[in-house]
Design a protein around this ligand. Sequence first.
Ligand SMILES: Cc1cc2nc3c(=O)[nH]c(=O)nc-3n(C[C@H](O)[C@H](O)[C@H](O)COP(=O)(O)OP(=O)(O)OC[C@H]3O[C@@H](n4cnc5c(N)ncnc54)[C@H](O)[C@@H]3O)c2cc1C
Length: 327
Amino acid sequence: MRVVVVGAGLAGLAAARELVAAGCTVTVVEKSRGLGGRMAARRIEGTVVDHGLPVLEAPEGGALAGLVGRLAVEDRVRIERPELGPDGAPIGTGAPRWGWGPGMTRLPKAMAENLEVVTGARVAALRAGRDGIEVAQDQGNTLGVADRVIVSAPAPQAADLLEASPEGGERVAALRAVAYAPAVMILAGLRLEAEPEWSAVRPADGPLMRVGIESAKGRPPVDGVVPVVARMTAAASARLMDAADDLALDEALPALAAVLGEAAREPAWSQVKRWRYAVPTRRLDQEVMNPGGSRVILCGDAVAADPGIAAVHETGIWAARRVLGGA
Ligand SMILES: Cc1cc2nc3c(=O)[nH]c(=O)nc-3n(C[C@H](O)[C@H](O)[C@H](O)COP(=O)(O)OP(=O)(O)OC[C@H]3O[C@@H](n4cnc5c(N)ncnc54)[C@H](O)[C@@H]3O)c2cc1C
């Protein structure tokens, strides 16, 4: 069986690994140059900052915990410092929380090690061909023919792709109804007098919804500069999504100073990163979205059973099993 997986994020890579283990011929096609999708990291001034998923929470005994226990273990860091809620009390499910010294992308890179992955290639359409589904790029170039295609892109992009496929129909409308909260991320290096005892905090009000200390993930300060990532609230992010970086920083840095002290007003370095589709605000049922006989199968966070990252991983495994006839 030949399978093309669209997207090299956590869900797509999980699907591809499962299929390869079952003996399928699999190609993962990813539009970006890097792997990991929203598990994203950026190298800045001698350190690394995770500007997508901040922490990987893997409930013990689950498939994701199994993966974390096997791959990239040498760079794995269990985050021990608590994350504090708006009232200052620790939040979270109690499941182990992980990061990787070289950045969140370390896990997807390890997942992709024995896979065939084509990066920098955007899938624009899926066409019915004589020998299967033809996977086409923008210019009409073909990326191959597959018996099944697994689509792991965020819902709006998955809807575009499904619409340009022989299997559009009601699934397109359902995907289009899934809205995503945007996220404007402030990446800053701060000369703090002391590092906080927490790994992240959720301010009670203001334009920031989360402030994370990246050194809690095994990245010690470089020249006394502590790497910090602040995610702006959905409302502030929507407002600033297309604004100049300076406007986002003008709003975020005073709020960061309220959390971490005056040093935040004059960072040693700062960058702004934007996600138009960060987190879905509602989810669809994966079983309903993939009726029996579908040759284009959907996975990813839009069809996860719950908001946790472990559930996103499981959608990839489910999609692979559906291809194999077992789901
Ligand atoms: C700032 C931020 C904070 C977050 N915080 C949390 C959190 O605290 N907890 C939590 O559980 N989740 C969080 N998330 C969400 C979490 O990161 C995602 O749910 C998860 O990473 C999604 O994985 P995925 O594989 O479904 O999709 P993605 O990681 O988006 O992977 C899909 C891939 O498909 C590729 N692609 C899309 N279209 C095409 C195409 N046409 N052709 C080829 N490739 C294509 C994309 O480039 C991407 O690499 C956060 C996300 C962001 C951005």
